[in-house]
Design a protein around this ligand. Structure first.
Ligand code: GLN
Length: 400
């Protein structure tokens, strides 16, 4: 490559590949594999959900009947008011002015980081974590300080977090429920994180996109709602997760008015706004009867059980989880002596795309025994995937 040909990109991007989600979805498309990697409900599956169907019809109506032009940058008034009412009914009061609608939760996270992190600021992240946090912090000029969660329960380790805080620490990013493991923080852990935020004057970016996807009676508790957090928390939410429509890329950031305004300044120079038809539909959907949401949740619960039961019958050990669209196979406990990345390759060859958890772990000594699978798929897809994973396991020489 001559000097003239060499791309002069930012070194951060020049050194990275595509995300593990994109990588695995591309492999699934290329190989015709079942995709249990990236987290989304299959089209057929979402299409069977009356909630998703009704929302699609609302979007189609809005596309024909409503404005086709730029909505206000922070979001349509009707959606900001709808989200404020939605959250006020479930926790501390939210004002419409505290809502910034974004093009997906990942944009909301980016806007929050750009708005809050100055060069040299340290931001506490936990591992494992969603892959966007650390690169966004670094691109904002911040330093990602990564504190591993403590297995086996993936607990927030107060001593380790405390030790990681310096006078330069500005913020922490807390994902609860946690992607990729599907665990939820305890009331004690959230109280401890809030205490650290108030004692050290930190802002918390609370990625709570999975708040509505909890099982086995686990209630959602928000770090943003803990004592002392008003005015120092930005809560991130997602219509993709709420309605099972990930491709819509409608998300939001919720905060006190002053913080929300700051996030809005960053958002106005990222995407500026979000397609109006989708915003109208989400605003309408927030007011749909609770039965539609319950039916969707029941469907997720059935699919989760079907995948867990199928995997167990096939001899896999499934790690404990309480939330998200994901379950993790514990490879080591299943008698598979391969790393997650090696088994993921093996599984692709057998026709199933998955996510190796180590790909979402930036700290040293990543766990290499966990493979994440998404279960929001039709029964036949889950059943076929289990058969194929079972065949892949046979090929490793593992017993059972
Ligand atoms: N949140 C999705 C997941 O964990 C991925 C989103 C993306 O691909 N950017 O599967």
């Amino acid at each position: 490559m001559t000097t003239a040909d060499r791309p002069r990109g930012h070194p951060l991007y020049a050194a990275m590949g595509t995300t593990i989600f994109e990588h695995m979805s591309a492999l699934a498309r290329e190989r015709g594999a079942i995709n249990l990697g990236q987290g989304f409900p299959d089209d057929g599956y979402a299409g069977e959900s009356p909630l998703a169907r009704r929302l699609q019809a609302a979007a189609a109506r809005a596309m024909i009947g409503q404005s086709q032009q730029y909505p206000p940058s922070p979001g349509l008034a009707v959606l900001r008011a709808g989200l404020a009412a939605h959250y006020s009914a479930r926790g501390p009061a939210v004002l419409p002015a505290g809502v910034i609608v974004t093009s997906g939760a990942t944009e909301a996270i980016a806007a929050a980081i750009l708005a809050l992190v100055s060069p040299g600021n340290e931001v506490l992240l936990f591992a494992p974590a969603y892959d966007a946090y650390a690169p966004l912090v670094r691109r904002a000029g911040g330093v990602a300080v990564i504190v591993p969660l403590r297995p086996p329960g993936w607990a927030y380790d107060e001593a380790a977090i405390h030790a990681a805080i310096t006078p330069r620490t500005r913020a922490m990013i807390v994902n609860d429920p946690l992607n990729p493991l599907g665990t939820v923080a305890s009331a004690e852990e959230l109280a401890m994180l809030a205490r650290l935020c108030t004692a050290h004057d930190l802002v918390a970016i609370c990625d709570e996109v999975w708040e509505g996807v909890r099982f086995d009676g686990h209630r959602h508790r928000s770090l943003a709602a803990q004592p002392g957090m008003a005015g120092r928390a930005v809560k991130i939410g997602s219509a993709g997760k709420l309605f099972g429509l990930t491709g819509w890329k409608v998300g939001w950031a919720i905060a006190g008015e002053a913080l929300a305004a700051l996030v809005g300044r960053a958002h106005q120079f990222l995407t500026f706004t979000t397609p109006p038809a989708l915003q109208f539909a989400v605003a309408e959907g927030l007011a749909y009867e609770i039965q539609l949401f319950t039916a969707q949740h029941d469907q997720w619960t059935r699919s989760r059980s079907r995948l867990i039961d199928g995997l167990r019958e096939a001899g896999f050990v499934v790690a404990d989880n309480a939330a998200t669209w994901f379950v993790c196979i514990d490879l080591a406990a299943s008698g598979i002596g391969m790393s997650d990345t090696a088994f993921a390759q093996h599984a692709i060859d057998a026709g199933v795309a998955t996510i190796p958890v180590s790909a979402l772990y930036e700290a040293p000594h990543p766990p290499t025994h966990l493979l994440r699978l998404c279960f929001t798929k039709p029964d036949v897809v889950l059943d076929t995937a289990v058969l194929r994973l079972s065949a892949a396991r046979g090929g490793t020489g593992a017993g059972g």
